[in-house]
Write a protein that binds this ligand. Structure first.
Ligand SMILES: CC(C)(COP(=O)(O)OP(=O)(O)OC[C@H]1O[C@@H](n2cnc3c(N)ncnc32)[C@H](O)[C@@H]1OP(=O)(O)O)[C@@H](O)C(=O)NCCC(=O)NCCS
Length: 152
């Protein structure tokens, strides 16, 4: 199935188990349940992407003083590579833009080529590097900082 028919809804604390299941399958260094719950407890910060009522992905986006930040995004590995990640991020960009945010920031591991490809395809530009920012399997890894201006 392609990415048509998926819908985006705000997530809450009841989604913790389902969101963590995807987080743990997707990330080399997943967020803790405590950190995820903290964001799920805020309204309109965690977004769930559903297909026929099933959670297939989620994203965490904060909006502060006209600037949005994508803190986490993941698509269930069974559904990756079918356009869902791109659709999820585009919908988030549309949403934060419609609420008057001027730009969206994000950081990504320098080795995360699938994510970098999605970000650049959707118009994010690299604005900096944080050296040795993330813990890695061996040692540490750079974070690439990206930004998209929403009104140009
Ligand atoms: C990053 C992620 C959300 C992308 O979701 P996805 O649904 O697999 O991506 P899409 O199918 O929408 O791909 C969109 C574009 O990204 C690029 N892309 C996606 N996966 C890719 C891969 N493995 N290699 C290279 N490019 C890739 C392609 O350009 C693709 O467009 P195309 O199909 O027209 O060529 C997903 O891979 C994921 O959940 N990764 C694990 C969690 C993660 O790393 N999150 C980001 C950091 S928090």
């Amino acid at each position: 199935m392609n990415s048509h028919g998926a819908c985006l809804v705000s997530a809450g604390p009841d989604d913790l188990e389902a969101v963590m299941a995807i987080e743990q399958r997707c990330q080399s260094h997943p967020w803790s349940r405590e950190v995820m719950l903290r964001y799920l407890s805020k309204e309109h910060v965690v977004w769930r992407l559903e297909l026929d009522g099933t959670l297939i992905g989620f994203a965490v986006v904060t909006q502060i003083a006209g600037e949005a930040e994508l803190l986490d995004i993941a698509i269930d590995p069974d559904y990756q590579g079918r356009g869902f990640g791109q659709q999820l991020l585009q919908r988030l960009l549309d949403d934060v833009g419609s609420k008057g945010n001027e730009r969206m920031f994000l950081e990504v591991r320098a080795s995360n080529m699938p994510a970098i490809a999605v970000y650049e395809k959707l118009g994010f530009c690299q604005i900096g590097v944080r050296r040795n920012y993330y813990p890695a399997k061996i040692g540490r890894e750079d974070a690439l900082m990206y930004c998209q201006e929403l009104f140009q």
